[in-house]
Design a binder for this molecule. Structure first.
Ligand code: NDP
Length: 236
């Protein structure tokens, strides 16, 4: 029997975050999602927050703590892309992506760590990407932000590992969401040729791994990078 936890998923109104929230709900946990728009799955508490706004994050946590109790599991999932080649990438394209994906994760896990330290328990899961360590032409900003999450999880592990807190990275490959639907068909076909599994994953396949690494059976896993990429990034 899994211990029932209070879980927060950022960007839980669609895509992978929505599937993660659904999976935790299915396993009987209390689930809050942050969203800038839309709603999380039925049964979750949706709280408005932009991860680039530290005050909004603080207010979201306060509301969740009041309604569902202290956050014991946090999944930093909110993320964006602004793909273009290095020569064409503006400083704003770079800063916005890094501030959302890496800075947003920092703001959320810093706030979450307050309650986790008090409870001497916590599960932090950062949603990275295969391209963080594999690299990707046209994604200098995105790959840098996602690689940064590895250093973040490993440093948190060293700082907080003795307090019952784990911090891990889940690195999805290509997943069927709005983010990949935006890719031209020819590019999608090209990517599939290079994936040993020969297909994109469903968001639910990522969600189940996230729930597992946040669960009771994974208490001795920390600072790990767990790929869910059909073999695309092997060895990276
Ligand atoms: P989507 O584009 O479908 O959803 C992105 C989510 O992030 C939305 O909920 C969005 O909220 C939220 N978000 C974006 N910016 C902010 C912000 N500033 N503040 C709060 N929320 C924000 O993406 P996916 O579901 O595909 O991706 C989810 C995560 O998984 C991302 O971190 C992505 O990098 C990663 N990933 C995705 C892969 C894929 O193939 N799809 C592969 C590898 C990693 P809103 O709707 O309100 O804008």
């Amino acid at each position: 029997m899994t211990t029932q936890r209070t879980v927060l998923v950022t960007g839980g109104n669609r895509g992978i975050g929505y599937a993660i929230a659904e999976e935790f709900l299915a396993q009987g946990h209390r689930v809050a999602v942050t969203a800038r728009s839309g709603e999380g799955p039925e049964g979750s508490l949706t709280v408005r927050a932009d991860v680039t706004d530290i005050d909004a994050i603080d207010a979201a946590f306060t509301e969740i703590e009041e309604k569902l109790g202290p956050v014991e599991v946090v999944v930093a999932n909110a993320g964006i892309t602004r793909d273009t080649l290095l020569m064409r990438m503006s400083a704003e394209d770079f800063d916005t992506v890094v501030d959302t994906n890496l800075g947003g994760s920092f703001r959320v896990v810093k706030r979450a760590s307050k309650g986790m330290l008090k409870a001497r328990f916590g599960r932090i899961v950062l949603i990275s990407s295969v391209v963080g360590l594999y690299g990707s032409a046209g994604q200098v900003n995105y790959a840098a932000s996602k690689a940064g999450l590895v250093g973040m999880a490993r440093s948190i592990t060293r700082e907080l590992g003795a307090r019952g807190i784990t911090a891990n990275v889940v690195a999805p490959g290509f997943i069927e969401t709005d983010m990949t639907a935006a890719l031209p068909d020819t590019q999608q076909a090209e990517y599939k040729k290079n994936i040993p599994a020969g297909r994109f994953a469903t968001a639910s396949e990522v969600a189940k791994v996230v729930a597992w690494v946040a669960g009771d059976d994974a208490g001795y896993i920390s600072g790990a990078v767990i790929p869910v990429d059909g073999g695309l990034g092997m060895g990276h």
